[in-house]
Design a protein around this ligand. Structure first.
Ligand SMILES: Nc1ncnc2c1ncn2[C@@H]1O[C@H](COP(=O)(O)OP(=O)(O)O)[C@@H](O)[C@H]1O
Ligand SMILES: [Mg+2]
Length: 223
């Protein structure tokens, strides 16, 4: 279960402050599919980054499963990132000098698993996204859709309970976008993680069990 109460997020630049999120209240039960929509600058990435523990709330409560994200110790923060949450971005964020296999293995290397074991799990993960025959390719040797599939494989390699996708198809053509959405929904079915997708595409938006619309950092409605 994810519980958000009176969440507020501000960014300070010099002496001025921008309110990115205000008065956000939500409850999401396990394995739900959430779609998050709204114009550019409405706070979508801010909300996802807080759930990913990349960023911290200024006010309000954010609980994800057993974690209270307001005040995690460094130890719990590491645990949360390594075992609970996965994230995918619009621009893939792969490391250019590493192969697909190494990119996907990276989160496992960081959690101290042996290289052999990491490669085994990474190859299984790449197989799940249909990239068994691209393991040794570097990101520049892959198409945009393939790069995003590597990023998806990386985001699920540690079996997260929560997968966050910030405009995962925003940089891809229509056909490739469909393929990426199919993969995400297939993985969700197989692994039953809670999935959040930020999207500008109303067709994808309508697929959500819970559809959240943000405007100027506030929730418009919930359906
Ligand atoms: N790191 C940051 N520093 C300052 N302002 C930011 C930062 N990140 C986002 N903002 C501002 O917060 C608001 C919400 O941004 P964001 O969450 O990225 O929106 P969206 O993802 O919906 O486009 C915007 O006004 C944006 O300019
Ligand atoms: Mg954004």
């Amino acid at each position: 279960m994810i519980r958000i109460q009176n969440l507020e997020k501000n960014y300070r630049i010099g002496n001025s402050s921008i309110t990115a999120l205000k008065n956000i209240n939500l409850e999401v039960s396990n394995s739900q599919f959430v779609t998050l929509m709204g114009p550019s600058g409405s706070g979508k990435s801010s909300l996802l980054n807080i759930l990913a523990s990349i960023d911290k709330p200024d006010n309000g409560l954010v609980e994800v499963f057993d974690y209270n994200l307001n005040n995690l110790s460094q130890r719990d923060l590491d645990k949360y990132r390594r075992s609970t949450v996965g994230i995918i971005f619009q621009f893939f964020n792969l490391l250019p000098y590493l192969s697909a296999l190494e990119n996907v293995s990276l989160p496992l290397y960081l959690s101290g698993i042996s290289t052999n074991q990491a490669h085994l799990r990474a190859s299984e993960s790449l197989e799940m996204v249909g990239l068994k025959d691209r393991m040794q390719h570097k990101p520049t040797e892959l198409s945009g859709g393939e790069q995003q599939r590597v990023a998806i494989a990386r985001s699920i390699v540690h079996n997260p309970k929560l997968l966050l996708a910030d405009e995962p198809t925003g940089n891809l053509d229509t056909d490739t976008s469909h393929k990426i959405m199919e993969i995400l929904l297939k993985l969700r079915k197989e692994k039953s993680f809670t999935l959040w997708i930020v999207t500008h595409n109303p067709e994808i938006g309508r697929l959500g069990d819970l559809q959240i619309h943000l405007k100027d950092g506030k929730m418009l409605d919930e359906s």
